[in-house]
Design a binder for this molecule. Sequence first.
Ligand SMILES: Cc1cc2nc3c(=O)[nH]c(=O)nc-3n(C[C@H](O)[C@H](O)[C@H](O)COP(=O)(O)OP(=O)(O)OC[C@H]3O[C@@H](n4cnc5c(N)ncnc54)[C@H](O)[C@@H]3O)c2cc1C
Length: 469
Amino acid sequence: MSYIERQLIDIVGSEHVSSDLADLVPYERDDQFALVPPHRPDFVVKPSTRDEVQAIIRLANRYRIPVVPLAAGINRKGLCIPTEAGILLDLRRMNRILEVNEEMMTATIEPGVTFGQLVQEVSKTNLRVITPWAPSTVSVLANYMLRGIYGPATRYGTDHLITIEVILPNGDILQTGSAATPKGMPYCGIVNGPDLCKLFQANPGNLGVLTKGTLRLYPKPEVIKPLMTSHPNYEAMVEPAIKMTKQNLVAACWTMMFSRSALKTLTEGSILENFVDLLEGDFYTMWLYVEGDRGQAEADEKAVRKLVEGAGGTVLPIPHETEEEMIKDHVWGRTTVRGWKKGSLYGCSFYGVMKHAPKYYEATYKISLKYGFDEFHYEAVPVAPFHGQLAYNDPCILWDSGNPSEVKRIRKLHKELMKALLDVGIYGWFRPFPGVVDAAMLGKYGELWREIKRLIDPNNIMNPGKPPL
Ligand SMILES: Cc1cc2nc3c(=O)[nH]c(=O)nc-3n(C[C@H](O)[C@H](O)[C@H](O)COP(=O)(O)OP(=O)(O)OC[C@H]3O[C@@H](n4cnc5c(N)ncnc54)[C@H](O)[C@@H]3O)c2cc1C
């Protein structure tokens, strides 16, 4: 046993450290291994307290050992895959909900707390958690830190983290916002200087380890009503989507396109399977959610229907059970993840301009077909605050990562698609994925980002090989 392993055992106990091949292999790759090469850590270490995390980071910093934090491991595109081995810091034992504060409308949690866990706890109150359409096992803190995309992002945006506690790469403890004051409470992001909580957001664990976070909760609506529409093409969805967003009529507005073949695969075995046979071409649809008190929700639904029909769209009848499923998706109450068939899902999400969604969609669909992938779908979601027509966009391809020819093609496609998107002009990439975000292309901003990384982590121990490079 190495000296380092003995030290780690002293910190967390022998049952929470391993250098066994069988324990390490599950951490060496994620589902995007075709794009991010697998790499095995030397140790997996599972602390359960802030003090243990601090001692591990101090040790790693002293011996210049890379550390990759992992909160739940539902990562995609290599965010938790080591590039230089070292310590895989598995935080799943730090799964305590420290407080749900109804008065302040906040929850304070550790990084291992999952959405499933938090939603269940918060459902005992009259508040709700804003949830992604991700598996329930995803870490709330990691997801909010990375700034995810949420079912109701059109009304509630993507900014739900207020303050955090971080173990810096030298082992110091940083509290952000009001938590930094002498008897500080964690409920306010604004203190005197800059909001340092944001500095640690959209950084894939490479400035320190979050050991605690306080996040916003929201009032539970009396009514949630999903609506599904159909349109002749992508352009036809844009104007009503912009109008209903500006008028704050909907909590969620997902404009989506499904190629016929993608829809065939996705609906196989479901009650919608026969519906696909009736389609003549690709399917353009909006998934809309109105919510609020009953009177408001009814008025909003009426206005939404008018906008959709005024733009030549149709509001589709939704079977009761589908409506129930959609509501479960929206508030995170479901038990399955849909939309992931055929082995793997390629996505290259980004922020762009809502009125340009058809342009982005066309550019990416064309490339997908060029490389022989016809199981394609696309989504563009207006995100609050909507100034500048901010919209999350995601071109998605169902593909088979077990097929070497498809692996080769998806790699080529990835490069071409990224270039095409930069050429048509996007705001920026969603999440700092390695192989997607290139700080060198961001001018002074990229330079400063790298300088901040060097300043906070001079030995480059925290998740090296991830943006900013
Ligand atoms: C089927 C599916 C659907 C999905 N849908 C959505 C969706 O709708 N919206 C959405 O936002 N996401 C979605 N995702 C992505 C998923 O939610 C994210 O990958 C997830 O939020 C991050 O995964 P995780 O919580 O397991 O964190 P991890 O994978 O454990 O960590 C993610 C990153 O954060 C870093 N990190 C983790 N914990 C800490 C910490 N305590 N301190 C510092 N750094 C840390 C890690 O090093 C890594 O870089 C989906 C994923 C799947 C598989």
